[in-house]
Design a protein around this ligand. Sequence first.
Ligand code: ITT
Length: 197
Amino acid sequence: MKTYVLASQNKHKAKEIKQILGGDFNIITMDEAGLDNFKIIEDGKTFEENAAKKASQVFQRLKIPTIADDSGLCVDHLGGRPGIYTSRFAGENATDEMNISKLLKELEGAPINERGAEFVCAVALIENSAEDIKIFKGTCRGYIIEEKRGNNGFGYDPVFYYPEYSATLAELGDDIKNKISHRYKALKAFSDYLKMS
Ligand code: ITT
């Protein structure tokens, strides 16, 4: 089984990525690979650029196959914001709570037809060389509701309503979320690519 280090500090992402990829891949965290407190610079202009930057900084240190996930939420009423700034929407050290509050405040009074939103995930893969980066993308469309519902998941899941299941991602739980999410779709493209190559 091939080992990939995950260039991420986000434990929730790591858990989902391990669940989605299942037993076919050995995914290790940066800590497990011996890279503690490594600060990754994330100054790209797109999800794809940021995913590539995360993967290449970690690959250059460890020289083992690396994957990275850059993701975020693009809201129709906000012209696609917060986008690549999703984790820092309410400030540099914002908590999920603070980010959700800011989002709900900016959407106050917006009708349902303007509350459409899309989660985006770009997964970057480096196998042998930092010059050779593959990107896989996935999206998941839904609506931002007016108050939080559900306790599963992480980040903006409690306010992201997925109409096909009439529930927020935080109400659905990992098993269903990991079959429909932006992260699932990006990782499916990643694993399909590896099967073909
Ligand atoms: P790393 O860069 O270390 O991987 P991060 O949390 O900083 O971790 P990003 O820069 O990619 O990751 O920011 C992602 C943001 O989008 C963050 O605020 C998440 O809460 C949110 N997000 C991404 N995927 C999500 C999901 O499946 N459910 C809810 N929120 C999500």
